[in-house]
Design a protein around this ligand. Sequence first.
Ligand SMILES: Cc1cc2nc3c(=O)[nH]c(=O)nc-3n(C[C@H](O)[C@H](O)[C@H](O)COP(=O)(O)OP(=O)(O)OC[C@H]3O[C@@H](n4cnc5c(N)ncnc54)[C@H](O)[C@@H]3O)c2cc1C
Length: 421
Amino acid sequence: VLVVGSGFGGFHAARELERRLPRRVAEIVLVSPDDHLTYGPLLPNVASGVCEPRHVIVGVHAGLRRTRHVAGVVESVDLAARTVAVEGLDGLRHELEWARLILSPGAVTRPSPVPGLAEHALNLKTLEDAINLRDHVIHQLDVADAIDDVEERRARCTFVVVGGGYTGAETAAQLHRFCNRGLSRFPRLRKDDIRWVLVDIADQVLPELGPKLGDRALRMLRRRGIDVRLGTTVEEVAESNVRLSDESTLDAYTVVWCAGLVSDPLVGRLGFHTVAGRVLVDATLRVPPSPDVYALGDAAAVPDLTRPGQFTPSTAQHAQRQGRAAARNVAASFGRGQERVYRHKDIGLVVEFSPVSAVAKPLGIPLTGLPAALVTRGYHLYALPSGSGRVRIVLDWLIDLFSRPQVVRVGRGTAGEKSIA
Ligand SMILES: Cc1cc2nc3c(=O)[nH]c(=O)nc-3n(C[C@H](O)[C@H](O)[C@H](O)COP(=O)(O)OP(=O)(O)OC[C@H]3O[C@@H](n4cnc5c(N)ncnc54)[C@H](O)[C@@H]3O)c2cc1C
């Protein structure tokens, strides 16, 4: 059984296959350029210096017992020959055979036609992006602290986040907190110099939470000092400014693009039927008309049986459960257990602004403030796969609560490297 991708979907598929298929029945091979699963929901914690980067990843070799990890990128799939072409980390191409194929290559940032965006905006999708973003912000504050020109200093201290979904809202709130808490490291900067702007084309933030809780989240963000601009989009990005659709131009050296994902480019090369760029699967996660190919997670359009006519959203909770469901159905195809359709009712969304402030809707119950923050962190601890070292994350959270942030660059992106391209 060949699994593509070591994210939420692929990792959990491999783990469940290990449980269900004995070694003599099937070999499990996981192909991914990464040797780990990245726990994406904690990337804003990494970008804001709360969690150590290594603590939010789970090593494939630590979390899986007998899966063979092939470090490389699947370039193409030959359905007739039942092979995949893999480009290894050494750049060489080789072929691997499969009897069952599970595709879980996730998503990448959606390319946008906005002029200047690809060259000048930052991303928050990978661990590297999170480290890069944190370094970039500290770099801007360092420059601002050293200069006398008031306008230039203000531009260096202005940070624009595009996208009011969970990634954008968490990034703006958590990095705003990081800047404020780290201010004493920059003796010439004042609290008023720091400005975080959150821009979204929609007329509410966090639409996943519904209008009422979304409204409360908006008020909370504004109370924290975030300048939230709704019904607004970015028209052009240059190195030192951003032009918005409300006809304003913000002088800023930082734009963080959190406004949408598309399936990994591999999906487009397979020739399968797609919906909004995601591989269309049936409720058993099979890709018609290929009975031995399964797709899931952010790369797949999976019918949501709890909301007829809709597809499951791109979230970790679905990817993880779909990984397990695909493994169960693959095992059934080898005569082990029963095939079942995928059905999961969303257990809600959690969005953290700070250790004591969040919005959450667990099982449909709207929460804000400290209760939401506790539920948020509790949920992450529950959702982190075993083998991840949850204790390290709890220690990171405690250290962050009781000590001043360590405002140092760690060597990446020292010149404010941009990474969206
Ligand atoms: C900053 C951030 C915050 C988030 N917050 C939340 C949240 O609060 N709640 C929530 O539910 N979700 C959240 N998500 C979304 C969640 O992380 C994704 O929905 C989830 O990771 C999707 O899982 P996946 O397995 O489909 O893809 P991924 O986890 O992205 O994994 C894809 C894997 O496939 C590999 N890959 C890609 N192409 C190839 C190829 N050609 N060959 C081999 N391997 C390949 C990649 O390297 C990666 O290992 C967040 C995401 C981000 C980025």
